[in-house]
Design a binder for this molecule. Structure first.
Ligand code: HEM
Length: 487
């Protein structure tokens, strides 16, 4: 800062000027502190309250602003205003993340990456909270807390335990596809810019005529896919734990704006019941041969947040934030997530988190009768806080955002329905057989490295059995590799 830069006077939080920021007031030159020096206590008390609960998953992440521009006409599939015509641009905030690590964990690790987007549309904020993997480990939301407990620290040892990870995975054969993906070459992206993003779930799109479609989103990186080997990642994580954060921030500051091309797979609703896989099973993909990719538009990130805490740590994404023309599918995992996120935000950030600049609508204004609570800004002003009212209050439209879904049968704790080709292994085997010989070798080496740390033979045998069910060679090679490491 040059001497001519105008400087503000240092003040207390209530704006009074500070005379001395170097020496706390004492009773005489060598005496104890004076309670009347409230400036010190304000600083210390504020400092004690700087941290908020970190996200229970995806704690470690990086964010950036940008825009989404429609490049192809998809109005035959959805009436969503922000997707309605080529050329239309919508402001976006994105947050990428790792899943298991705490806030200060290293970025270059083998872990799925979060790919969360908030579209500030004229019809309200639309959040798409996806990952860089097209599938997920489990397919029932009640298994999520158990699964995450195995990824986090053991209650006794205080570290992540291979026993817990592999015990849960071996007892949950539906993870075999995602685990094969995760230990494949795309399991450690080189940066957030060099990975794809997926909705993973199936969502509903509905057009202006009320016709509904099932849709999966694919954001293809325009930077190209780049990954790290396990050795490269270990070296980077050791010297630069913030490698992904540094890469994204520096690229945007230098004007190298990352972008992604959005494509969707679209399934007419009437094809879902007879499709060979349950189209709402999060552990399965829809092969492109069945449902090819259709271009929609381009996502560009071109502005870094000014303040990481205010805009990234306090960002709140919820899969339940839909806009007219887009809705949920009956995927049980998605249905569970519709509850989990806003609940997490109310705990982590407070009931008024939607009033924070990063979370509030930018292209429209929220009008409702939710009021008060901790840290309420003047939301609603003097307007009546009930509905119906005779004072010009906001009114309901009578137009549902999405189309109704057909249901049948009795209530109960049902497993997700199986379609003709559904089992827990078929797509894991297909993925393995698609890999080159080199990639298979790296996959087996990575899995064996983890399995060899497991203390119980029954867990190892059960885990290998799942991979063998996907592909006999896959299981045999893994068994031999684990045996060699444990010898
Ligand atoms: C039933 C299963 C799941 C539950 C209960 C769940 C729950 C949560 C919770 C509580 C958070 C922290 C939210 C916050 O504090 O702001 C979170 C973050 C996140 N989850 Fe999930 N999750 C589930 C599955 C998934 C799946 C399948 C995906 C991807 C397809 C996903 C992607 C994300 C992402 C990207 C974030 C970070 C969002 C951000 O950047 O703020 N989650 N999840």
């Amino acid at each position: 800062m040059s001497d001519s830069t105008p400087r503000a006077v240092l003040t207390t939080e209530s704006g009074a000027p500070i005379a001395d920021n170097q020496n706390t007031a004492t009773a005489g030159p060598g005496g104890p502190l004076l309670v009347q020096d409230q400036y010190l206590f304000e600083k210390l008390a504020r400092f004690n309250r700087e941290r908020i609960p970190e996200r229970v998953v995806h704690a470690r992440g990086s964010g950036a602003y940008g825009h989404f521009e429609v490049t192809a006409d998809v109005s035959r599939f959805t009436k969503a205003h922000f997707l309605a015509e080529p050329g239309r641009r919508t402001e976006v905030f994105a947050r990428f993340s790792t899943v298991a690590g705490n806030l200060g964990a290293a970025d270059a690790v083998r872990d799925p990456r979060g790919f969360a987007l908030k579209f500030y549309t004229q019809q309200g904020n639309y959040d798409l909270v996806g990952n860089n993997t097209p599938v997920f480990f489990i397919k029932d939301p009640s298994k999520f807390p158990d699964f995450i407990h195995t990824q986090k620290r053991d209650p006794y040892t205080g570290i992540q335990e291979a026993d817990n990870v592999w015990d849960f995975w071996s007892l949950s054969p539906e993870v075999t596809h995602q685990v094969t993906w995760l230990f494949g070459d795309r399991g450690i992206p080189a940066s957030y810019r060099h990975m794809d993003g997926f909705s993973s779930h199936t969502y509903q799109w509905v057009n202006a005529d009320g016709a509904a479609f099932w849709v999966k989103y694919h954001f293809k990186t325009d930077q190209g896919i780049r990954n790290l080997t396990a050795d490269e990642a270990a070296a980077i994580a050791g010297v630069d734990p913030d490698s992904h954060q540094r890469d994204l921030r520096e690229a945007i500051d230098a004007g190298r704006f990352p972008s992604w091309t959005l494509k969707v797979q679209v399934m007419p609703v009437e094809e879902a019941a007879a499709y060979r896989f349950n189209p709402f099973d999060l552990t399965k993909v829809w092969p492109h041969a069945d449902y090819p990719l259709i271009e929609v538009g381009r996502l560009v990130l071109d502005r870094n947040p000014e303040n990481v805490f205010a805009e990234v740590e306090q960002a709140a994404f919820s899969p339940a934030n839909f806009v007219p023309g887009i809705g949920p599918s009956p995927d049980k995992m998605l249905q569970g997530r519709l509850f989990a996120y806003a609940d997490a935000h109310r705990y982590r950030l407070g009931v008024n988190h939607t009033q924070l600049a990063v979370n509030a609508p930018h292209a429209t204004v929220a009008h409702n009768h939710g009021r008060d609570g901790a840290m309420a800004a003047n939301a609603g002003g003097r307007a009546k806080n009930y509905e119906p009212n005779s004072f010009g209050g906001p009114y309901e439209t009578g137009r549902p955002l999405w189309a109704p879904t057909e249901v049948s049968g009795a209530t109960g704790t049902h497993a997700a329905p199986s379609h003709a080709e559904d089992d827990d292994f078929v797509q894991a085997g297909n993925l393995y057989r698609l890999m080159s010989e080199d990639e298979r070798a790296r996959l087996v080496e990575g899995l064996a490295g983890g399995l060899a740390q497991v203390s119980r033979d029954d867990i190892v045998a059960r885990a290998i059995g799942n991979f063998r069910a996907a592909d006999a060679e896959y299981g045999d090679r893994l068994e031999a590799a684990v045996k060699a490491l444990r010898a």
